[in-house]
Design a protein around this ligand. Sequence first.
Ligand SMILES: [Fe+2]
Length: 169
Amino acid sequence: MAMNDLHELFVHKLAQQYYVEQELVETLDEMARHTTNDRMSQGFADHRDETRTQVQRLEDVFAALDRPAEARESAVLDGLEAERSELESEIEDDELLNMVYLNAGMMTERIEMTAYEGLTTIAEQLELGNDVQTPLESNYDEEKSAYRELETMAAAKDLKSLWDRLTPS
Ligand SMILES: [Fe+2]
């Protein structure tokens, strides 16, 4: 089916983000269980719980548009997932794997932030109103703070020895 207007594009992007959030509940849960770094594990688990709420907020957006919630595959997320599982099967060192999770987490949050920026911009253009805009903005804010949290972890002292150990001298 051809896509003809901005509203259809909005729904398409919304359905993709709905897929992304649902997948990420699983991914974050997996990363929380697999990382050997306690702080990262807690961070992933916290954001997993937030992500469950984000899924519900997107359902609220579909409801505000008077449409059933639909998920549409996202090649970007699938690509990231494929890359992570490839690295997981190749890497045996726990700390090196922690780096993979940290990086995967940051990359995912960046992609999500961009997705929500796109959605809110189109929603504004279409004047879809607060019932659409507010849940999108709440999700956006949570992605931003999840990103900041990971960024802080990447710079944290408890990762310093890890960086040193993994850096070839
Ligand atoms: Fe999210």
